[in-house]
Design a protein around this ligand. Structure first.
Ligand SMILES: [Zn+2]
Length: 170
């Protein structure tokens, strides 16, 4: 099932999400629906709060290839940020309107730990694009959007554009 995506400036996107305690049938269904929603968008990642569920779960596919899908479900992801600060070019988000994109500072490496749907431990080192994707998605679980990581000037410009855009939508 394709789920509705919560869009900025909805304050629910600022929620701090709760850890998942165990995998239930409902959680499996949610993960499956989130993957379908992500692929339909299309996107490379989607976090539970983006579909109005305030739990620490994200889905990602950083293969970014339509013919070779590699869906992954990350439950309770924890990142250790490593390496150097790099520029994530033209980052976007399914919850940020107008298809707005911006360069965002991110770390080049992360050490990721998480659980999968079988509650197996995921423990891996990621770099470059996969590292950027998990940083973006894990941020959502703490109520942070990529537009919270851009310069003040760009953010002010973006917010004024969104305001005008929202007025036109009414
Ligand atoms: Zn996002």
């Amino acid at each position: 099932m394709i789920l509705d995506i919560v869009s900025y400036p909805d304050p629910r996107l600022k929620s701090i999400c709760k850890p998942v305690e165990k995998v239930t049938q409902d959680l499996r269904i949610l993960a499956d629906n989130m993957l379908q929603t992500m692929y339909a968008a299309p996107g490379v990642g989607l976090a539970a709060p983006q579909v109005g569920q305030f739990i620490r779960m994200v889905v990602v596919d950083y293969s970014a290839k339509e013919d070779l899908r590699m869906p992954r479900v990350l439950i309770n992801p924890v990142l250790e940020l490593k390496g150097e600060v790099i520029v994530s070019e033209r980052e976007g988000c399914l919850s940020v309107p107008m298809g707005y994109r911006s360069n965002v500072p991110r770390y080049s490496h992360v050490h990721l730990t998480a659980r999968d749907l079988d509650w197996k431990l995921i423990d891996e080192e990621l770099e470059d694009f996969p590292a950027i994707v998990v940083q973006h998605e894990t941020d959502h679980l703490d109520g942070i959007l990529f537009i919270d990581r851009i310069s003040r000037l760009k953010r002010t410009f973006f917010d004024s554009k969104v305001k005008k855009w929202l007025r036109r939508q009414k």
